[in-house]
Design a protein around this ligand. Sequence first.
Ligand SMILES: [Zn+2]
Length: 490
Amino acid sequence: METLLLGLFYIFSLYAFIPGLISRLFGFRVFKKGIAEHEISLTFDDGPDPVYTPQLLDLLKRYNAKATFFVVGSSAEKHPELIKRIYEEGHLLGIHNYKHKTNWLMRPKTVTKHIEMTAKVIKEATGQDAHYYRPPWGIVNLFDYTKQRNNLQLVLWSAIFKDWRVNVGADRLTQKMLKKLRGGEVFLLHDCGTTFGANPTAPHEMLTALERVLDEAERRGIRSITIQDMIQHTAQAKNEAIAALQQPGSSQPQAVRKGGSSVPVLPWYKRLIVSLWLLWEKVFHVMFHLQTTDNPDPMFHFRKIKYSGAPIELTTGDTLVKGDSVLELHFDNKKLFQLGSKAKSSVQLAIQLVRMTEKALPELAEYIQNHPDLREAKALYGITMINRGPEQFGFSITDLPKGLFATSTTFYLKLLMSVIHPNGRERVKAHQEQMVPKILVIPTQTLISRFSQQGGTVQGSKRKPVTAAAKSEEELDGKNDAELKASLPV
Ligand SMILES: [Zn+2]
């Protein structure tokens, strides 16, 4: 059962990586949410509609709100005058396929045709090329990321309200929208109710709600801008944040977004991967009952399990065999990620990890010393990519037995490395052959006698000084970079 769960852990972790992988392989970008203080983007899908689109345009004009319309090509073809009006009133036109069909059920070639046909209709009505694309239901397929679509910006949304259902009603819709009324949000609304799954008169409710929301927005000094402007605004805000970071005296990573998020400035796909991964890690910690010391910001998490691998010889001369109690160590991935994203080089990252480990091990030793149930574990073990360095802390290093576990672990750790590491993917590529996960083991007794004050006195043995701190950065810098490879969690 444990193995099965662990297997699932890997599979889900990999699954979470897929969007990031795709983005890297194909280099596409999806825009979902902006960074802005007083601007939102209203976007309208499925139109134009001869009844509701003109009403909507009137309303937007009254509030001087600029919106983005993702139009269905076949409807646009029937109402070129509406397309022209949308454009002339300063709104942005985007593509929502020629017919409202999902890309999952269409061949890539057909999707391309849909896009081209819709782009043509827009061009004929406005003289402008369309550069923004929102696939129906926001469902993209792999091929949407290929080169053919490179001239198109994929746009999704950050706020959705089920406004296509008439039974949501204007009142509830107003409440829902007001809740999301804050800078940077991309609202998804519909100015046509004739698509599959929608109610024909739903846009009427939407218009009632939108009027109230625009009223409130005006009161709060919030205005709607087109997606194009929001993207520009966002890029500018990011640049400003980066510039602020580079100013002397500000070494702390800062969040671009307000609200003090601890995720530093990163490309969106990395942020996506990291947040999925950190979320998954939370689930993993709960599922496997991972514990920590009393430190509110711990570096290590651990759990007591029965050892089930091949026998490992310990530095005490003892052997770790199947059935022995062990403490399985996990790095705190969030911490690791924060370190990795701050570090300017592999060497710096390695140094920081060594220093953190120096601080964390005595704490861990103390904690284990004070918990008899943990103290009875024979050893502590973990799987990481460190291949030099941990010996100084008293760990012995063993190869991971060949097999599916080793292969999947290697793959997983490589992916993590490419996200965490300052040089990311290039580094993984450059050190392909050295990226081998190893088992690190330290006997519990060794940990306690070496690192715990208490343990040292009880044993009557002198506590060995930790030597790593003495190592200067220059000394570490001189080492082969690969030797100082950052460690990664299981
Ligand atoms: Zn749609």
